[in-house]
Each structure stands twice: as C-alpha cells, then as structure tokens.
Design a protein around this ligand. Structure first.
Ligand SMILES: [Zn+2]
Length: 414
C-alpha cells in the first residue's frame, strides 16, 4: 500500500560505501547491538509504487541493496543497507488498493471496529499519519461523524469526493516535529511504519505529540513479518519496506517508547499486524501472550533462506513448465509484490502482460523491469493460459473479473 517516511531525522554522513558487515550497526528499534544478518538481495528497484511515465525511466530507476538484519534483543528486522536518499514520496506514488471490492470491505470492517471501540463520534478528532490517498480517514469520518486530520505527501485532493470533506483537513507533507501541536483523541498510522528507518525516534515523536493526554487511543497497522518468515514469501520483501515487525517486536517498541499495548492481532488473512495502544507513564510490562515471540522469531529467521529457496524453486519450475508448453502467462497485481517478484525471477517470453485494476496505473511503467501496466481488458486480447495472482486474498475477485471477460486460465495465487 503505502507511502511515507520522514526526512526530519538527520542521516549519518555519506561515506560513499556501505559497511562490510551490518552486525555492528545499532538496532533502529531498541539500540541493541546483537544483530544477525540473514538475507541479502542486490540491485533491487528503490521504489515499487512510484509510477514511471516511460519505459526508459522505469528501466533506469535507481536501485539499492537489501540486507536484512535481525535484532536478538528485541526481534526487530531491518534493511541495514537502506539509503534514505534513494526514496522519494510524492503525489506520483500509487499505493492505493481501494479499487478492489475485497479491500474496501476490509477497510469498512476496520473502520466500524475502531469507531465502536474508541467511541469516534461528532466532535472527536481522528489523526492519521501517512494517510495515503485518505481512504481510511475519509471512511472513518463518513461513518462516525468525527473530524479528521490526514498527513501524507502523496494525498490527492482531486480524488476525494467525500460528503465528510468539510470535516477533514489534509496536509500534503511528511509527519515531523512541526506537527507535534496537532491534537486528536485518536491517532492512526496504517502501512507507514514499515517505510520508516528510525522507528524508535518516530514512535518517540508520536508519544511526545500525545503528551499527557492519557485518553488518546492509538492504532497502527502494518505487514506481519512472522507470516513472511514462516512461509518464505520473498516477494513481500522490498526496498521501500526498510523495517519489518512481528507482534512481539512491535509491542516491545511501543512499550519502550511509553505506550501500553492493549490489543495485538492479525487481520486480512493474517497478512497484516494490528496494534492498539494507549499512552502510559513510563515503561509497561509485556502482558499479552502473543508478545512472547522472540525465540520463535529467531528460529524462523534461521530457516528463512531455506523457505525462500523452496518458493523460488516452485515458481521457477512453474515458469519452466509454461515455457516448455508454449503457454502465455499474465501477472495480476502491479504493486510492490510484483516488482519484487520480477527482480527475483525471469519468466522469459512466456510472460505476456502485467495488469492491475487501478486505472491510475494503466499506461505507466514498472520500476526495474520496465513492463507497462495494462488494464484487465487487455487480457481479452492476450488470452493468457495462466495468471499469477500477486495476493491470494484477491483470488475470487480476480476469477470473477476473468470470467466476465470469457477467460478461465489456470490461476496461481501467491
Ligand atoms: Zn532491537
């Protein structure tokens, strides 16, 4: 999905080279120094949701390296080779999933749950840090009657036609200390933390913004790394995501930065990690059973490359099978997962099209591979024998879209 990362944190001076071993870097989440490097990818596109107007620009897009390190003290995982200078978030950033009925249903469920739980109502203000195109905040305001403040450099006012528009303020900027004065009873941050390298400083700023207003409720949503580690889904690791959390490591960061974690759960077929918290006076003790995952995460980290190799072999085998039998293949979903998959696998001339239901992406080009993104209607001409679905949660929706176009290809949901 997402969006943003702040530049207000000073970066270390550029030395022109990366450290040979990342194990000497302090953990961005807890400051610990027991870091273990466990997964590397070279030369991957630095952005995966930034749309390029020409193939030439897409092919020439800046690339960076990924070296995932695991902190044995807190369980945090980050890209030790992340270079903030390679990222740029702007209105050209196209992360929204809001063209999918399945996604909109999920968004509605989350909104209704949060409204009910936290008493969002007229007169109450909800703040969203990294609001993207504003879908969540808008729906929250529409359903509850509350006021909203959204911050994101990628916000596009012309796309928001909400009836709640007069109760919402959008700031097209990155969140930082200059917005510490914004007061809200509810603070949300969805699919944003994974784009932020200095996560400890970020959480500290959020806590400072809330100050002594102890009634404020906080809700964060981000990808769950436990599932990625368990299942070896390497296409969920990409340059834009410089930080990765499990339930335990996220809760440890929240507690260390002055929050009490009240609820910790997974959603959206267990792909997303949700945390609810309240500001606390000082440190709080871990008290939810799911926070206790340090040893299991360490074990998953140890066998991750094995899982990735297994996944890669499976996909390479499918690609080879299609090539040998002269099959035509299409990929459905042109987001970050697709960019990541294309960096690791070569489908050769068996791949005929990459399609997406977001019309704002059509006619634009994928960073790295330079493929043009087409609308689903293009498949009526391509008539693919197989379609790779980049997120299995959309399988039924996509099967239906294909059927309405008279297509019944083999589906490979990832
Ligand atoms: Zn740590």
């Amino acid at each position: 999905m997402p969006k943003y990362r702040q530049r207000w944190i000073e970066q270390p001076p550029a030395t022109g080279h990366f450290p040979a071993a990342a194990t000497t870097l302090p953990c961005q989440s807890c400051g610990g120094t027991t870091l273990e490097s466990f997964y590397e990818l070279r030369d991957v596109p630095a952005h995966s949701c930034l749309l390029l107007p020409t193939r030439k620009e897409a092919l020439a897009f800046p690339r960076g390296d990924i070296e995932l390190v695991f902190c044995h003290d807190c369980g945090f995982i980050g890209n030790a080779r992340f270079d903030i200078g390679l990222n740029q978030y702007s209105a050209a950033y196209e992360e929204t999933q809001a063209f999918s009925p399945r996604f909109l249903k999920f968004l509605d469920e989350i909104c209704r749950d949060q409204i009910q739980k936290f008493g969002l109502a007229p007169g109450v203000t909800a703040l969203e840090i990294g609001c993207g195109k504003g879908e969540f905040l808008t729906r929250l305001c529409e359903l509850s009657g509350c006021n909203g403040i959204g911050i994101d450099p990628g916000y596009r006012p012309e796309r928001n036609q909400s009836s709640a528009a007069d109760r919402m303020t959008f700031i097209r900027d990155l969140y930082g200390p200059r917005y510490a004065h914004l007061q809200a009873e509810y603070v949300s941050c969805r699919h944003t933390l994974e784009h932020i390298a200095p996560v400890q400083e970020f959480m500290r700023l959020v806590r400072e913004t809330i100050g002594n207003r102890h009634h404020v409720n906080v809700f964060f949503e981000l990808p769950d790394m436990e599932r990625v580690l368990e299942t070896g889904v390497f296409w969920d690791i990409y340059y834009e995501h410089c930080t990765y959390f499990t339930r335990g490591s996220l809760a440890r960061l929240f507690r260390a930065e002055g929050f009490d974690v009240t609820r910790l759960y997974k959603a959206y077929d267990d792909q997303y990690l949700m945390i609810e918290a309240k500001p606390a006076e000082g440190l709080t003790e871990a008290r939810l059973p799911q926070e206790d995952d340090l040893a299991t995460t360490a074990a998953l980290v140890r066998k991750f490359t094995e899982e990735v190799d297994r996944r890669l072999a499976e996909l390479a085998e499918a690609a080879q099978r299609w090539r040998r039998s002269g099959r035509k293949v299409a990929i459905w979903g042109s987001g970050s997962k697709c960019v990541s998959l294309m960096s690791s696998l070569d489908f050769g001339d068996t791949l005929r099209a990459i399609v997406d239901i977001n019309p704002h992406k059509h006619g634009k080009f994928l960073a790295g591979s330079g493929w043009e993104i087409l609308g689903p209607d293009a498949l009526t001409e391509v008539r693919p024998d197989a379609v790779i679905i980049m997120n299995s949660i959309y399988t039924e929706e996509i099967r239906h879209e294909l059927a309405t176009r008279g297509l019944e290809p083999e589906l490979l949901p990832l």
